[in-house]
Design a protein around this ligand. Structure first.
Ligand code: URP
Ligand code: ZN
Ligand code: ZN
Ligand code: ZN
Length: 478
């Protein structure tokens, strides 16, 4: 067992910051010490194998990305990051745990969908991983099977009000699934967009010859997100079950969440870096020499990027400050332009939905600290501590304290990170959704359960280092 001492840094938690040294014994944090605690002459000092100098740097709990889609089948193709490539990219970016979505599709048994995801991930991950369960076919069989999920360490499931014919659930199905959540203590995660109405709007745009990626954002209007968010909240309310809305992008959807929370209801939401920085005008509407107006396909995801002119991005930052949104996940679901996004060259509806950001979430959110949108402590809370609490990992993950897993990032606020497909990018994508972003800050050292897996820009981990995380019930409920 290796004993490691991280010295000279500032340990940051969700509630404060202080100079401190961190002593790690094997996979576990043993002590958080006064800076410069003189260990000489103690039996501890004799056995410290490695000292990591964190002077001038922040020492934070490893990032937890609670929304990823490795190898997700979508639109006749599959997300381009495997568990191996995607979790390695995550490690480079200071993320030490992911929660990915196991998929049950219509007609398939929930148990079989979950087993298939274990098969994909086992022995391949660079960092620890857990699963939520997508229930794409709610019926008596799947409802019964869902009741067994908490014992499997899968304490949350996702339903879709979008994608009719694929993952879609109607209101009756949602209500029944939420009743299972109420009975079992599971958390319902909702993709809140009115899919049937969006499909009509999309068809009408295509009929008018409006087939460019830009119209993906027009068809998926904010009204369709606000409406579905409201409906999801009321269905959760009537069943007395907690609700977690994923990938919130519309300011009106946030208003729905805020109104419910002001009433004391158990309603939560996440947003993603793309909804904080990117927009309908600048990205979905982009043109390039290489791709023309199809350039926008790089940023086709659902919910879509919203109009900056309408102030959605500003509203997302504000909601992160006011705790109307509690977390930032990536919704990492990468597709290459070549052969994948290209499937929708003639029709935006055929562009596989998703953006890859798993490597950049910690850096992109740290920019919010640099620009004064959020505090240093809120950065840690949004990216690590709340994800751990929300999804039943807290104590083991999300905090630097004795007894916790030694998942730790040494982050240099004076460092620099250039993002681009030819630069630091380790995701399996042939473009970057964040090309040209220059980050004030750098992930210097990453430890996963006590093992240094990233040192500078060098990867020192191995495929299979990551273990399955059996999660408990949410520790965040009001
Ligand atoms: O565009 C997205 N978000 N793709 C992944 C699937 C989902 O809806 O989260
Ligand atoms: Zn979704
Ligand atoms: Zn997703
Ligand atoms: Zn680097």
């Amino acid at each position: 067992m290796t004993t490691t001492l991280i010295t000279g840094g500032t340990v940051v938690s969700a509630t404060g910051r202080a100079p401190a040294d961190v002593l790690i014994d094997g996979e576990t944090i043993r002590a958080v010490l006064e800076p410069g605690s003189n260990l000489l002459g103690t039996d501890v000092a004799a056995s410290v194998d490695r000292v990591i100098d964190a002077s001038g740097r922040y020492v934070i709990p490893g990032g937890i990305d609670a929304h990823t889609h490795m190898e997700l089948p979508f639109g006749g193709t599959a997300a381009s990051d495997t568990f191996e490539t995607g979790t390695r990219a995550a490690a480079h970016g200071g993320t030490t745990s992911i929660i990915d979505f196991a998929v049950q599709t219509y007609g398939q048994r929930v148990q079989d969908g979950l087993a298939a995801w274990h098969q994909k991930a086992a022995g391949n991950c660079a960092i620890d991983y857990g699963f939520h369960q997508i229930v794409g076919g709610v019926d008596d069989d799947s409802l019964a099977a869902m009741r067994a999920l908490p014992d499997e360490g899968v304490s949350s499931f996702k339903l879709f009000m979008a994608y009719p014919g694929v993952f879609y659930s109607d209101d009756a199905q949602i209500l029944k699934a939420m009743q299972v959540a109420r009975d079992t203590g599971m958390l319902t995660m909702m993709h809140a967009e009115n899919g049937p109405a969006i499909d009509v709007l999309a068809q009408q745009l295509v009929d008018q010859g409006k087939t460019d990626p830009y119209y993906h954002g027009i068809a998926r209007a904010w009204e369709m997100e606000e409406e579905a968010t409201h409906r999801a909240i009321m269905l959760a309310k009537v069943t007395d079950a907690p609700l977690y809305v994923v990938h919130v992008s519309a300011k009106q959807a946030v208003e729905q969440l805020a109104t419910a929370r002001d009433k004391g209801w158990n309603v939560f939401g996440e947003t993603c870096p793309q909804y904080l920085y990117l927009s309908l005008e600048d990205q979905l509407g982009a043109k390039s020499d290489e791709w023309g107006a199809f350039e926008g396909a790089k940023w086709v995801c659902s919910t879509p990027l919203r109009a900056r002119a309408d102030g959605h991005q500003h509203a997302m930052w504000q909601a992160l400050r006011t705790n109307d949104l509690q977390m930032v996940s990536t919704d990492h679901c990468p597709f290459c332009m070549k052969d994948q996004k290209e499937l929708g060259l003639a029709d935006f509806r055929k562009i596989p939905n998703g953006i890859g950001s798993i490597e950049h979430r910690m850096d992109l959110m740290y920019q919010g600290v640099v620009t004064g949108e959020i505090t240093l402590e809120r950065w840690v809370e949004l990216t690590s501590t709340t994800p751990a609490r929300m999804f039943g990992l807290y104590g083991r993950k999300g905090v630097i304290q004795p007894g916790a897993d030694a998942d730790i990032v040494v982050y240099d606020p004076n460092g620099h990170t250039s993002i681009g497909v030819d630069k630091a990018h380790h995701m399996n994508m042939d473009y970057s959704a964040w090309e040209g972003y220059e980050i004030d800050g750098h992930v210097d050292t990453v430890l996963s359960r006590g093992k240094v897996i990233v040192d500078g820009d060098e990867y020192l981990g191995a495929k299979g280092d990551g273990r399955f995380l059996k999660r408990g019930l949410s520790q965040y409920l009001l």
